[in-house]
Design a protein around this ligand. Sequence first.
Ligand SMILES: Nc1ncnc2c1ncn2[C@@H]1O[C@H](COP(=O)(O)OP(=O)(O)OP(=O)(O)O)[C@@H](O)[C@H]1O
Ligand SMILES: [Mg+2]
Length: 236
Amino acid sequence: MDSAGYPGRASPAESEVMPSRGRFITFEGPEGGGKTTQAQRLVARLGENGIAAVYTREPGGTKLGEAIRSLLQFDGAGEPPCPEAEVLLFAASRAQLVRKVILPQLEKGLWVIADRFADSTTAYQGFGRGFSLDDILRINRFAIDGVAPDLTIILDIDVKEGLRRLKERHILNGTGLDRLEREDLPFHERIREGYLELARLYPERIRVVDASKHSDIVAEEVWALVQDVCGPSISA
Ligand SMILES: Nc1ncnc2c1ncn2[C@@H]1O[C@H](COP(=O)(O)OP(=O)(O)OP(=O)(O)O)[C@@H](O)[C@H]1O
Ligand SMILES: [Mg+2]
């Protein structure tokens, strides 16, 4: 997946008139690690540094994707999806997001900061539900069509601490745990371990940040990684 080339890359002659392609950064990790918090902070910080970036989330990010999100999170169809349908619904949302949002924005030269992407399916449906990683990677590859992240940041958090943060947030917002958040602790432990395994498999793309620290410290570590991996673009 990492080595997949980007489709539609400008030839040298075209690149003289086309804006240079934006960077694609994804946030991943177990529940409650701070993905949404940090993805939004990064968009703001990039803006302060003169880089136009857009936030998007999965499942969702498009009209179709948001409809799929409600089917997945709160059984919006009136029944829960079977595990196989769950994999394919996540992939359908992703396919739409890649073609309607991510690729067009990158081609305009904007950076895209995604709150979850393909690694979530590998972690949740592969390591969590037990589907073969080969099958998951094949489905992901079909959905993303070579649009791989330049950098993936895993916000690693103790599972119980992450779920505690989530429950606090739900109490504050008057909301309830969704279908995946209600899964048992061993499921969430397998997801955390799955993410750490992905980081070992793809060390060039995936970096792990300790998300148990104060969110200001996490934000500094995220910024340092972005400068490290995407630095030439920032200083350009
Ligand atoms: N470093 C941190 N320390 C303490 N609390 C945090 C930290 N980062 C985020 N939070 C709080 O924890 C809760 C979960 O954060 P957030 O929603 O950003 O996590 P998430 O990874 O996006 O969760 P989800 O898996 O539900 O999407 C929020 O209430 C947020 O304010
Ligand atoms: Mg979130």
